[in-house]
Ligand binder design. Structure first.
Ligand code: GAR
Length: 236
């Protein structure tokens, strides 16, 4: 690459530095990598940190030329010591915003406090419903007509904190956990880059349990599921 003009980071000096925490396959990380590749995207990833050596997410980061680090929780005497090691790596990398992207460890209150207002997570349900693991199985077992995904600021509880954006995904009676999870994942890949963009643009404010987003309004129409099929409508 030659000349300053061709370097996106010099065109956008105010790009937000992201530290991304991963544990697994990294498809959510990939959505952020792809978003950051656009010259006008207001964020860039400065570090991908995993608690699992060999996580596929690390390969995705390396392929994109992003710095990676492995901090294995197994090698620390306590959660606090592990979190402190992660905190130090994120600070050293200059992370402004920490994005959990399939990071499957509970964080200690000290870590959450260290990044208060600068720590976000994505979860594959309409929180506060269905936190934790086995989300799509639990959704199907409950009979709800909608599920979705949530991007939220992180507090000291699991999958909890002020919600920035959600996407609703209709549940179909023929769904399996795999088919439903795949549709939710598609929504996740849209929502996470969007939330990060809004934060980087300075449009997001936490107001108690709620989040205000400048320049974004509630969707106007209710989404109804199920809908009458054309064959039934024709008989009427
Ligand atoms: C995503 O569905 C994400 O929402 C979920 O893990 C998956 C990671 O997939 N996170 C949680 O359940 C957090 N409680 P990925 O490794 O392909 O990004």
């Amino acid at each position: 690459m030659s000349g300053k003009a061709s370097n996106p980071s010099t065109r956008l000096p105010s790009r937000l530095n992201l530290g991304v925490l991963v544990s697994g396959r990294g498809s959510t990380l990939q959505a952020l990598i792809d978003a950051c590749a656009a010259p006008d995207y207001p964020a860039r990833i400065v570090l991908v940190l995993s608690n699992v050596a060999g996580a596929a997410a690390l390969e995705r980061a390396a392929k994109a030329g992003i710095a990676t680090a492995v901090v294995e929780h197994k090698t620390f005497p306590s959660r606090e010591a592990f979190d402190e090691a992660m905190r130090a790596r994120l600070v050293a990398a200059g992370a402004d915003l920490v994005c959990l992207a399939g990071f499957m460890r509970l964080l200690s209150p000290a870590f959450v406090e260290a990044f208060a207002g600068r720590l976000i997570n994505i979860h594959p349900s309409l929180l506060p419903a269905f936190p934790g693991l086995h989300v799509h199985e639990n959704v199907l077992a409950s009979g709800v007509r909608f599920t979705g995904c949530s991007v939220h600021f992180v507090n000291a509880e699991m999958d909890a904190g002020p919600i920035i954006v959600q996407a609703a995904v209709p549940v179909d009676p023929s769904d399996t956990a795999e088919s439903l999870g795949a549709r939710v994942l598609g929504a996740e890949h849209q929502c996470y880059p969007l939330a990060v963009r809004w934060i980087a643009e300075g449009r997001v404010r936490i107001k108690g349990v709620r989040v205000e987003v400048d320049g974004a309004a509630a969707a106007a129409a209710p989404l109804i599921n199920p809908q009458p099929t054309s064959s039934i409508s024709a008989k009427k």
